[in-house]
Write a protein that binds this ligand. Structure first.
Ligand code: SAM
Length: 294
């Protein structure tokens, strides 16, 4: 039986309300995923509109095309950070709005083959882009102690980084660490469980972020993508943890102080109680929106 993957788009009606200001405009969905936001946007947009959907994950792009099934969607297998060059090749210099919904989709998390989930056994992969060369297994099996400690601290905000990194190095001397469950057990062997969160949660997050250069890509995109916006167009960014949100908040502030951009909301917007009740993944979402005014 073929598995049907789902991903519920977060804050979708608020984002559509804030972003879609020109019914026949050209919009970019930098993180198309399974096409949840785009599908909704297209129900709100006119016949001449276009959505340019980017994703690093070719499997997700194929599913999104099938689900959205709309000729107004054009997809690109590329990083959103490369959008300025890529859009130029198809004759697009300016867009009417842009969304980045950061992190990973439920499809990626729930599919054990992709190696993102600490709850299910699978290869220790974690690449968004299956044509990229670096996997999470490469990191834990080949990177030096200091580097593993650095990513656990910087990306996982893991207080036990040294203990975990030492355990990873000891384990890989015995046998290569190839699966999610091997890594989970290594972390469990040195960090006791406190409360609800599994002790390997932050290690998995750190590896995913390192493997896909997530923070570096977000920082690059925040520098490059606002330049694509037409006057009056908006950029919305949905984040799921404080490290990303801080980058967005600071860069939007810098842009606003330059005079060409304005913050649409002073503070980050969050999903309402009902959405969080229905979709647990929404609980940590923060939305920030900026508008090009000059
Ligand atoms: C949270 S999901 C998006 C879900 C989508 N908004 C929906 O409603 O179905 C994030 C997606 O961004 C993709 N992604 C992560 N980093 C990317 C990058 N640098 N460029 C393009 N896509 C990226 C992931 O592969 C994933 O499919």
């Amino acid at each position: 039986m073929q598995q049907t993957w789902t991903h519920i788009p977060i804050m979708v009606s608020q984002i559509a309300e804030l972003l879609l200001r020109n019914p026949d405009g050209v919009y970019m969905d930098g993180t198309l995923g399974l096409g949840g936001h785009t599908h909704y946007f297209l129900t709100r947009l006119g016949p001449q509109s276009k959505v340019l959907g980017f994703d690093k994950d070719e499997e997700a792009l194929a599913m999104a095309r099938e689900r959205v099934n709309d000729t107004r969607l054009q997809t690109f297998h590329a990083s959103y950070a490369q959008a300025p060059e890529i859009l130029r090749t198809v004759g697009i210099e300016q867009i009417d709005g842009l969304l980045l919904d950061l992190g990973l989709s439920s499809y990626q998390l729930d599919n054990p083959e992709r190696g993102f989930s600490l709850l299910q056994d699978g290869p220790l992969d974690m690449r968004f882009d299956l044509s990229a060369t670096l996997t999470a297994a490469d990191i834990v099996n080949t990177w030096p102690l200091q580097e593993i400690m650095r990513i656990l601290t910087d990306y996982g905000e893991e207080r036990q980084a040294e203990k975990i990194a030492l355990a990873i190095l000891a384990a890989r001397k015995q046998t290569p660490i190839q699966t999610t469950q091997q890594l989970r057990q290594i972390v469990e062997s040195v960090v006791p469980r406190y409360g609800k969160r599994h002790p390997a949660t932050q290690t998995f997050q750190a590896l995913r972020m390192a493997c896909n250069s997530e923070l570096e890509t977000v920082a690059q995109a925040l520098e490059r993508l606002p330049g694509l916006l037409a006057v009056g167009a908006r950029m919305a960014v949905l984040t799921f943890h404080s490290l990303e949100d801080r980058l967005v908040k600071n860069q939007f502030k810098t842009l606003a102080s330059g005079g060409n951009f304005q913050l649409v909301n002073k503070h980050a917007l969050t999903p309402d109680y009902e959405e969080v009740r229905q979709n647990h993944r929404a609980r940590s979402a923060k939305l920030r929106v900026i508008e090009r005014v000059k």
